[in-house]
Ligand binder design. Sequence first.
Ligand code: ADP
Length: 272
Amino acid sequence: MTKQKIKHAPRASKPDDVDRLKTEFIGIASHQLRTPLATIGWYVEMLASGDAGTLTEDQKVFLTEIRSSVNRMTRLVNNLLNASRLESGRLKIEPKLTDPYPFIRDIIHEVEPLAQRNHSTIRFVEPKAKLPPVSIDEVLLRQVVHNFLINAIRYSLPGENTIEVTLARKGGSYVIGVSDEGIGVPKQAQKRIFEEFYRAENARAHAADGSGLGLYLAKMIMEASGGKIWFVSPTRYRKGKSGIREGYGSAFFASFPVRGMRRRRGERNLAA
Ligand code: ADP
């Protein structure tokens, strides 16, 4: 860069400016990464379907690895893009009257194969009194509940996990809860798990891959739409090896006002 250009480069003297530039940079970089990633994904599918000739068994195995890495990277890039759209206030929030029961059942159905692989059982505890349709942005709330469920499955030991999904009216709000019997959130990590990129030590040891972006996005979605997000952990106890009672299990909650999620006129949708 020439001296002239440096002189006119955007200056980031205040913390707010630094934050804004960081958000802009992440937004542009992740947007630019989407096209080449989509192209790689396309060619992987063409190779896998035999368009370029029959594949050997080894080549099929390698392609499966490439496909799963491309999918992971696409999720990461989309999450970065969504974080920047939320941070800059450009994400649209468009609530519509929705029957909450099929909405929740459908998300459970989507994660069921992953739950089965991990020998987790998911139960939807439906409220006794039927709730009326609620005004929600399905795409955004789905991202939040989906993230709760994926975490409830991932951060648990195979075969020892019943996940309960609840939906209830509490005062002026509707509350969706997802509880598990998994590894729990250690006390020293509890203040930080909604921070961008933060992952607790026990979570990193249990599942190496993870971005620490899911709960950060979920919190921004709930707060931008007039709702709240929180968790409780441990929810259960057992006797440890040394006789000490150890905590385990977590329960995550998202709530929004009975009158519905708050609308916002932005120019972008959630990238998925
Ligand atoms: P990721 O799962 O990619 O690490 P998240 O933002 O979804 O990112 O979660 C942030 C952190 O919160 C996790 O790394 C983990 O430490 C903790 N966490 C979230 N959900 C659970 C859960 N159900 N049980 C235990 N820890 C959890």
